[in-house]
Design a binder for this molecule. Sequence first.
Ligand SMILES: *Cc1c(COP(=O)(O)O)cnc(C)c1O
Length: 475
Amino acid sequence: MLLDRYKNQTRQKSSKKIYELIDRQYGIPKYFGTGADGYHSKLFENLNIEDRHIAELIKKEYERFSNCLQLTAAQNICSKAVLGALGSVLQNKTAEGSIENRLHGGCSVVNELEALAAERAKQAFGAQYANVQPHSGSIANLIVFKAILQPGDRILSLDFTQGGHTSHGGSDSLAESVYEVHHYVVEPTTYLFDYDKIYEKAKEVKPKLIICGASVYPRKIDFAKFRTIVDRVGAFLLADISHIAGLVIAGVHSSPIDFAHITTTSTYKSGGPRGGLILSGKEYQIPVETCSGKLPLFEAVERAVFPGVQGTPYFNNIAAKAVFFKEAVSEKYNLLQFKIVENAKKLSKELIEQGFDVLTGGTDNHMLLLKINNFRDNLNGIIARKALENCGIIIDSFSLPYQYQQNTAMGLRLGTQIVSKRGMGFEQMEIGAELIAKVLRQLRITGAEKFEHDQTAAEKIRQTVKDLCSRFALC
Ligand SMILES: *Cc1c(COP(=O)(O)O)cnc(C)c1O
């Protein structure tokens, strides 16, 4: 309507009048003259006023999140400082290209910012090269493929149904349609890697790229062994540490940085903002064959970021990554990584005591996997996940290796990062295991995805979870 009015006015009035009309409609900018502090401090208040519906949904998600026992492995909580950088004026800056090679004007501040973020990433991970531009972990992997592979080249990775990530060339992924993807597996009885067998597979496939790193693997990954395999078959090694990046920073898991030619990670699973990161160690300058000739590895990566895969970087995310990398070298963060693993070990011990079948008998990292169908007849991952959620316990249902069935996950994947960050410890892990067992025992399973709760028992558990969560604030 307003637009129609403007159109009419345009026909009748001078442009000066139109500007006056716009000024009357929008008023003088509310935060004009208050500077960057004033502008940013009002952000949520502004959302409350301008878009109540979205503000309400955000508040609802906060309540849901904070009142539930969050035991998911692929999620974390970022700090308020990270949130501050995310919700900042940097979001408005467009600047395609690398720092030395922008296509846009007005980049002096974001150039400084991006260089600082990359420097902090290098420090946190002990890397020689860092690219902080990737929008996500999946995109970081695509960028690496673009940098070092030609269409039709062979990739050897862990299959999705075996615990790999879909961006490693899983079925229906973009990588699968561009490259020739082959998979290695975990052993059917131990669920661990047999590095000799992976070597045999690599000899047979002769890949140009081997990917290590998983989404469903609770034990340590031997990056040195992967490197030996890669050297023997003359391939590149990509380590995707999306799940364990925090543990790698703290030294709770060994680092792939100097074993792999390239390391990628998402930044949110370890407590940063959403986004991706590409790192390289001592070999960051080795020559790579690209469509524009031979380039040092890091330059091939830069060209693969832009114009290869992305347009403008998200500078608010890059600032938030920088904030996170600074937090990640603090003693507090490093101690938390130890606590996460200790809590995961404790939780798995308690779950075993409750009668659960924990894959590999425990964990070395933040993640534990339950073969949930072994707990009770007719129980599967979907029923378990939904029933637990009804009682305020959030866990992901997952297909475990050799249990893959279309549409029915037979397992659960749990993680301890969020509960640990909230300050929960061994006592709460014990209570958590008890509550999980209680929820799954009181169910009446009536179909493949159908069940009924014992309402009194479920209500009691819900209240216990809420009380427990109320003692451990989101921080
Ligand atoms: C989660 C995950 C990713 C994807 O990261 P996004 O930022 O969500 O795209 C990639 N690789 C592995 C191994 C992961 O677990």
